[in-house]
Design a protein around this ligand. Structure first.
Ligand code: GCB
Length: 635
């Protein structure tokens, strides 16, 4: 989008304070001089929330044994949220979380019954599972029974891969936690709530868009609601490894440095890290915060790269807890206008990807979805993908680690969130903490993106500069970026958004030939970039309906889109500090903004591939450029 683009919407102001966590954060937040929310209590891990009903992030949870709660859940659509609120909008003491059933002799009416209600598959968005829910935005209740045998002395967490957008959890009728943010995973302690034998869990998920949400009211993607990713129970010992950061030192590219945090550990508890294949082991003791600083110097180490995506099995042990992870070791840094991977300048041949499921639409959340999307990116000749506009399913990162694809991971600060509100900042920072908390040991991720196409205001710049500093504090081993808007003066494109100061790598989005000018105008365009930093053209492109043919002048045809790509590639080669590109977008995706009948039908058609897997002409143009090295300079 360019600044003159057509998305300027009037936003209503919703000043109601969401009753639980965000409000508490808001109250805590006003003490800080910069006006932004207080960071979570300082320890090695970004504890996302510290109040009662808090959630946390168990790192590497996909390598722990789990009890899956995936499958069919009963559901009830509750547009007025009558299951949680009374007629005077007070929270009910006997809401639907009690999971009652009407019985003879009841002294009052029970007006719901999960066991007689239909089912939805978890993981899954509700929109693509029931016609009546296709456009639905609002609360939906989920319920399921499960038999479980808690192991003595273990703590139990409910792991939720993602619940869009707000979610409330009850186990056996007792409130376990609640959460805001639709794209990050979180863990909710349910020790003591789950018992031996039959149990039930009730979840209310509300995907209502909010002015003070992150993202906010406008997004160019479908607002898929529900428990969109895996749900499970995870048991851990009383003292357990909840987070760690192991990365290669930029100083010598030989030393693995970082820390391990053990929740519930006594001071002095030993932590051991063993990388058998690299023949290296280290033991360290945790401090009073449960944190041990570690350093390993293997004799030899094969570094991770797209050409050689080497992963080592790393075993971490602390007290009764043992955890295994597959980690690649590499460095990424900036030198002038270059991006260096393992000290060598690289060019990022990429594409942007939404978490839209190929062939079936809906949220991408299976290994098959991931293999298809990243398989297409590989076929295109990519060594990099921009995962827009929010953190994707963890399988994306795991698979990118194995396939050797570098990743830009993005926080959902999209377009114009309410940058002046501390509670909105708190929500963005909480999601950033969960994103980094889950993925900080994935070698594939080289860039944390703070935001996409935000308006140039002081409040915005303060908000995102604070967030960039927070991201660096949480993870100093990666680069910080954001996709910026670009100014236009005649045929000159100017990248001088003040947010650029806070970034290591500048991302720029432009749509020459689609939202402005003609495709051939790219050939006349000159770029002025105010920063001596590497730049990635994080978006460009245009729509084409797969199978629609015509002249290169005819919008919506494959030929028109192909023409945009031809001219763009010529232009990009003339930007000296360009170090990467991720055109918009790999595959068509659903968006309520895109309605043109017969062409869009609620799909953004800027995909190089249709949602049904048909490759458009532009795919092959980009593929040739990537495979034959016709675009991009590393230095
Ligand atoms: C953009 C946005 C992206 C949209 C795209 C479009 O600039 O970053 O989310 O989908 O343009 O198609 O307009």
């Amino acid at each position: 989008m360019t600044i003159n683009g057509n998305y300027r919407a009037t936003r209503s102001i919703d000043t109601r304070c969401w009753k639980s966590i965000s409000c508490i954060l808001l109250l805590v937040s006003f003490g800080r001089p910069d006006g932004y929310a207080q960071s979570p209590p300082v320890r090695a891990v970004p504890t996302v929330r510290a109040q009662t009903n808090a959630t946390t992030v168990l790192e590497d949870s996909d390598h722990r044994a789990n009890f899956s709660l995936n499958g069919d859940w009963h559901y009830m659509v509750d547009p007025y949220f009558a299951g949680l609120y009374t007629f005077h909008h007070e929270e009910k003491k006997d809401g639907w979380f009690e999971n009652r059933k009407p019985r003879p002799g009841d002294t009052g009416p029970v007006e719901y019954d999960f066991s007689k209600s239909p089912t939805l598959r978890v993981p899954g968005d509700w929109n693509t599972q029931a016609d009546r829910l296709f456009f639905y935005e609002g609360p939906v209740w989920y319920q399921r029974d499960f038999d479980f045998t808690p192991t003595a002395e273990k703590r139990i967490f409910l792991h939720v891969g993602a619940a869009n957008y707000r979610a409330w959890f009850w186990v056996n009728g007792k409130r376990a936690c609640d959460h805001e943010g639709g794209f990050t995973s979180f863990d909710c302690e349910v020790t003591g709530l789950v018992h031996a034998g039959g149990n039930f869990i009730v979840v209310a998920v509300d995907n209502t868009r909010r002015a003070d949400g992150v993202p906010t009211l406008e997004t160019d993607w479908w607002n898929y609601g529900g428990l969109t990713r895996d749900v499970s129970l995870i048991e851990v010992p009383q003292a357990f490894i909840d987070s760690y950061d192991l990365h290669l030192s930029r100083a010598d590219r030989k030393t693995i440095e970082g820390w391990v945090h053990v929740s519930g550990a006594k001071t002095g508890e030993e932590v051991t890290i063993n990388i058998a294949e690299a023949e290296v082991t280290v033991t360290a003791k945790v401090d009073e915060d449960g944190r041990a600083v570690v350093r390993l110097v293997p004799k030899e180490l094969s570094l991770w790269s797209p050409e050689h995506p080497k992963l080592y099995q790393v075993e971490l042990t602390a007290a009764a807890d043992t955890l295994k992870d597959d980690i690649g070791f590499r460095t990424v840094e900036v030198r002038g206008t270059e991006i260096l991977l393992n000290g060598q300048p690289i060019f990022l041949r990429g594409v942007s990807i939404h978490a839209e499921a190929p062939y079936r639409t809906g949220r991408a959340n299976t290994q098959k979805d991931v293999d298809t999307l990243l398989g297409w990116a590989k076929e295109l000749g990519c060594n990099y993908v921009r995962l827009a506009h929010y953190p994707h399913d963890e399988r994306m990162m795991r698979t990118a680690d194995r396939m050797g694809i570098m990743v830009w991971s993005e926080n959902p600060v999209y377009w114009a969130v309410e940058f002046d509100k501390p509670e909105v900042y708190a929500k963005a920072e909480a999601q950033l903490g969960e994103e980094i908390g889950r993925d900080r040991n994935k070698a594939s991720i080289i860039l944390w993106s703070m935001a996409n196409e935000t308006p140039n205001t002081d409040a915005r710049t303060r908000f995102l500069t604070t967030m960039a500093a927070k991201a660096r504090e949480m993870d100093s081993s990666r680069l910080i970026t954001a996709a910026l808007l670009v100014r236009t003066e005649g045929h000159t494109k100017i990248v001088d958004d003040p947010l650029g100061k806070a970034l290591d790598v500048i991302g720029a989005n432009e749509y020459i030939g689609w939202y402005e000018q003609r495709p051939e105008d790219a050939g006349k365009t000159v770029w002025k970039i105010a920063y001596g930093k590497p730049m990635i053209m994080s978006e460009f492109g245009g729509d084409a309906k797969a199978g629609l043919h015509g002249s290169a002048n005819e919008r919506w045809t494959e030929e028109y889109q192909a023409s945009i790509y031809r001219y763009q590639l010529g232009m990009l080669n003339h930007i000296p500090q360009l170090r990467g590109m991720s055109p918009w977008v790999l595959m068509d995706f659903r968006s309520p903004m895109r309605q043109l009948p017969g062409i869009q039908d609620y799909f953004n058609r800027k995909g190089l591939i249709s949602d049904q897997g048909d490759k458009k002409q532009a795919f092959f143009i980009l593929q040739k450029a990537y495979i034959e090295g016709l675009v991009g300079k590393t230095e």
